[in-house]
Write a protein that binds this ligand. Sequence first.
Ligand SMILES: [Zn+2]
Ligand SMILES: [Zn+2]
Length: 291
Amino acid sequence: MSRPKTTETGADPECGNCGGEGVAVSRSDGAAVAAVCACVGVCRRCGGSGFARPDAGSGTLARCVCHDREARCRLFSAAGLPARHAQNTLASYRDGAKRQTHLKKVLSEYLRDLRSRLSEGRGVLLWGDVGRGKTHLTCAIARELTLRHGVACRWVEFSHLMSDLKAGFDEGRPASSLLDPLVQVDVLVIDELGKGRTAEPTAFELAVLDELVSRRYDAIRPIVAATNYTPDGIRGGGTPGRESLADPRWPALSERVGMRVLSRLRETCDFYEVVGEDHRMAASRARRPGS
Ligand SMILES: [Zn+2]
Ligand SMILES: [Zn+2]
């Protein structure tokens, strides 16, 4: 029997663009966007109607998986992922060290149990030195949330978010129009949490972050975050039996976000330290001739 030319939901299993997923991710205007891949033909499961019975004809008629594809692409494109990280996936995260493999496993479990984690408002906080792949992971999580699970999410880089909000407030835009979308989205992903241009966070940054985190806390909506700062007082970094020692070269996360915010995050997020070789250093070494 010859292999079918399309997957059950209409994509070409050998498509170089989507690998049979039916969704092609690309870059547009500095942002990562997704669209239904050009290889997608008529869905064999539903014949293009968008409704199918699960388990080969038995059971109640339900929305076919192919129907969600466009909606999920829209969610991905609306997440605001940077173009540089358009193709980041959990699978493509380099996990040379044992603890990186462990991290990949716990993040996969988080995504597998997503519905219950979301209903509990449970999030994740990744912390560790620069260049360890934290941004790769936050982008990969946002991709999984939107494309695989159909969950609305917004990815923001902390210092850019703060300057955008500051500009918005300075223009006299109402606080609700600036903050409500960030409070209402299912999952808010904050990269580089606490990062700022000043030695100490400004009163504006502390107040806005406190408002954002408190309102999401009250609404039981999770935050996924990554930070270069050490969450002081956290012992073990999510790895049972392992003590994490705060690096004295780096300020503590509490100094960058305030104790109240840190305490809310501690209550709602599982904290994991991201370890391993500095990816950027390794990449520049690899580019150097003769090395
Ligand atoms: Zn394709
Ligand atoms: Zn279908």
